[in-house]
Design a binder for this molecule. Structure first.
Ligand code: ADP
Length: 270
């Protein structure tokens, strides 16, 4: 109600007004500092692969690389560029989702259709298909399960691309943070009232209890080196969180028994 005009002859209560202004000022300061931190992180994350790429390219260009090394340098340049590309894609997705989540801009304003009928079943099947080779490379057996209520397809209202990215990020992590011979299961569960759950469970390395909230922060990693070695951008779960939020869905993280992680995204009844 700071925007409400003050009536000229009403007595002005200065103290509460100042308290409110002070609180608003502090909130804006915190947001600005968060934004500065994010920009610094993004620059740092992008500079690391760029340094590797330009270093190797320079050696090749100078003609001082041994023939047998050129191929492996080119391979590194290729994989680091792919890492940069997926990071840039993630940064763009996140900034779009961020704008939608702030309520300042609606999906419509940003050209995002939030009114599609999205089949969670096809998204899950699709993610499994695409990521099966990745799972096989890691010795992880990946399965997809659908539990319908009656014959009803499990469908939610929202944006297909955003939801598909959300599911893919969950499946990717369940493979990336798994162990050789482990399992990853994505289950899509529809209830009679139209509510739906996407549950990703794995038998991987697990997330320590005290860090289960923090993994949704941008660039937060439990194990920095493992995430980077396996090509993680550090933004996957931040995207998952925002994607759930713009669909009114709730996320829960649990430990799996005897080991691993379960992440559930719960969509409300229609
Ligand atoms: P990253 O690109 O590093 O995977 P995410 O935002 O997707 O970034 O995840 C943040 C961190 O949470 C990861 O670096 C990892 O430490 C942890 N994490 C995410 N998913 C899992 C999982 N299924 N099992 C164990 N740890 C996980």
């Amino acid at each position: 109600d700071l925007d409400r005009p003050l009536e000229s002859d009403a007595p002005v209560e200065l103290a509460p007004l100042l308290t409110r202004l002070d609180a608003q000022h502090r909130r804006l300061e915190a947001q600005a500092s968060e934004r500065r931190q994010y920009t610094a992180n993004v620059s740092h994350e992008l500079k690391t692969p760029l340094t590797v790429i330009s270093g190797y390219a320079e050696i090749i260009a100078a003609g001082i690389a041994k023939d047998e090394d050129v191929k492996s340098f080119a391979h590194t340049i290729h994989s680091e560029s792919q890492r940069m590309r997926s990071m840039v894609d993630d940064i763009i997705s996140l900034s779009k989702l961020d704008d939608m989540g702030k309520g300042g801009a609606s999906g419509d304003d940003l050209g995002v259709d939030m009114n599609q009928a999205v089949s969670l079943e096809s998204l899950a099947n699709d993610a499994c298909e695409r990521l099966r080779p990745y799972a096989e490379d890691h010795g992880v057996s990946l399965t997809c399960e659908i539990e319908r209520s009656g014959n009803e397809l499990v469908v939610v209202r929202g944006n297909m691309q955003i939801l598909s990215e959300m599911v893919r990020n969950l499946v990717e992590n369940a493979i990336r943070y798994n162990v050789e011979g482990g399992r990853a299961t994505v289950s899509v569960i529809g209830a009679a009232d139209g509510s739906a759950v996407v549950r990703m469970s794995d038998t991987g390395i697990g997330i320590p209890l005290e860090l289960r909230e923090r993994v949704f922060e941008r660039f937060f990693r439990v194990d920095e080196s493992r995430s980077k070695e396996t090509g993680g951008s550090g933004l996957g779960l931040a995207i998952v969180k925002h994607a759930a939020q713009v669909h009114g869905a709730k996320i829960t993280v649990m430990g799996n028994d005897p080991q691993g992680t379960i992440i559930e995204v719960r969509f409300p009844a229609k």
